[in-house]
Design a protein. Structure first.
Length: 404
């Protein structure tokens, strides 16, 4: 990280009242490119983002973007978070994915009771919360709360958190109940549960919760309850906390795919300026290379613009309304799955043109190729599901699809 950026970080940390601009946060993300690129291979090998990277993100203020100002956060619009994620994903998809998940949780959990918010962020706005779900998870009612048992999956960034959010079936009523769970002895990270061909460094491991007592105070409120829009956090920017968990929040995950595509485009273009073909020809003079760059750049630009525009349009409505129209919900779901498809197409076209050299394990392009396909496999970015939802809505049918 260059000297000017380090000085900027230190100055911000000394003055906790200062809220950095969107542009400053983006600059900080770009300044991390060399460091994240250097760490990318080790991150994948360790199956976990390093403590140093998480510390860099904390120092840069990335985890405070969605935390209420009342607790020392920035209350920034959600599209700002997505822009930072895209910049980080230029060089390391796994590191960006951790911010996409852990950063989003701050926006979601701001819609909680003040007692919980005080406990989460009262002493430190950088406290991180992971998630994970198990369809077989149970919550047995007992005096003062529940006993929770589960083995949850895909708990991204779990090595760096102090809390989890999850849900289970109330064994008495059969209802689904959401809960907060602080770090404790009978919450165990299953270390050998994350071996993946893409996004292998996200540390999205299984978590075992064994007879964990959950007091009633740690039961999450229903969506769009009295705390909706960050009311109990006394936020100045309620619109960004009214964004739908299903139709808008997953754009943070889609941002990883889009950012990877931007990074591949940049790396490929630079590589072509330096390389010559096997028989000595200048590759940058080849028409097929020009066309591949143009097509991939168009797909990357389109995906980025669609993603940010959808969030911004949603926010504009939510500044005066409590929700966006149904047709916008369905449009957003369509687009959050379509943007990763555009990103994959952009990467595939360029990766093919890198030839055998792109397959070398010390070439970040092969990791980016695997990561962009892994990112698009996330449930809420599934094109078959979301395209079906959109098409059914257009035809006036029950939309279906996953629910939260």
């Amino acid at each position: 990280m260059d000297k000017l950026v380090v000085e900027s970080l230190n100055e911000t940390l000394m003055n906790k009242e200062e809220v950095p601009t969107r542009d400053i946060l983006i600059q900080r993300a770009r300044a991390m490119w060399p460091t994240l690129l250097e760490r990318a291979e080790e991150c994948e090998k360790n199956r976990c983002v390093s403590d140093e990277t998480i510390r860099d993100f904390r120092n840069a203020g990335f985890f405070k973007m969605g935390v209420p100002k009342k607790y020392g956060g920035y209350e920034m619009d959600y599209d700002a978070l997505c822009e930072v994620i895209m910049e980080l994903a230029f060089v390391c998809g796994s590191s960006a994915w951790n911010l996409a998940v852990l950063g989003e949780h701050a926006y979601t959990l701001t819609n909680s009771k003040q007692e919980i918010l005080d406990e989460l962020w009262g002493d430190d706005p950088n406290v991180l919360i992971a998630t994970g779900n198990d369809p077989k998870a149970t919550l047995k009612p007992v005096d003062g709360g529940y006993v929770f048992n589960a083995r949850t999956s895909f708990s991204s960034g779990c090595d760096h958190v102090d809390w989890w959010i999850s849900r289970g079936t109330d064994t008495k009523t059969g209802n689904q109940v959401g809960v907060f769970i602080p770090k404790q002895d009978n919450v165990k990270i299953i270390e050998d549960s994350w071996y993946m061909s893409g996004l292998g460094g996200t540390g999205s491991k299984d978590i075992e919760f064994k007879n964990v007592f959950v007091p009633t105070a740690y039961v999450r409120g229903a969506p769009k309850g009295p705390e909706w829009g960050g009311k109990e956090a006394q936020v100045d920017n309620p619109a960004t906390y009214r964004l739908s968990q299903l139709s808008t929040k997953p754009f943070s995950l889609a941002s990883v795919s889009v950012g990877i595509a931007g990074g591949v485009l940049k790396a490929f273009t630079e590589r072509m300026l330096e390389r010559k073909a096997r028989y000595g020809d200048d590759l940058s003079a080849k028409q097929n290379i020009h066309m591949r760059i143009a097509e991939s750049a168009a797909e990357y630009d389109a995906a980025r613009k669609i993603l940010l525009s959808d969030i911004q349009e949603s926010l504009e409505i939510l500044r005066t309304q409590v929700d966006i129209p149904d047709e916008m919900h369905q449009r957003n779901r369509r687009d959050m799955a379509f943007c990763p498809r555009l990103a994959q197409a952009s990467v595939d076209r360029l990766f093919y043109a890198t030839g055998a050299g792109g397959l070398a394990l010390d070439n970040n392009l092969q990791r980016q190729f695997r990561d962009v396909h892994a990112a698009g496999a996330q449930l809420f970015l599934n094109w078959d599901i979301n395209a079906t939802v959109y098409g059914r809505a257009k035809l006036g049918l029950e939309v279906g699809g996953p629910v939260i």
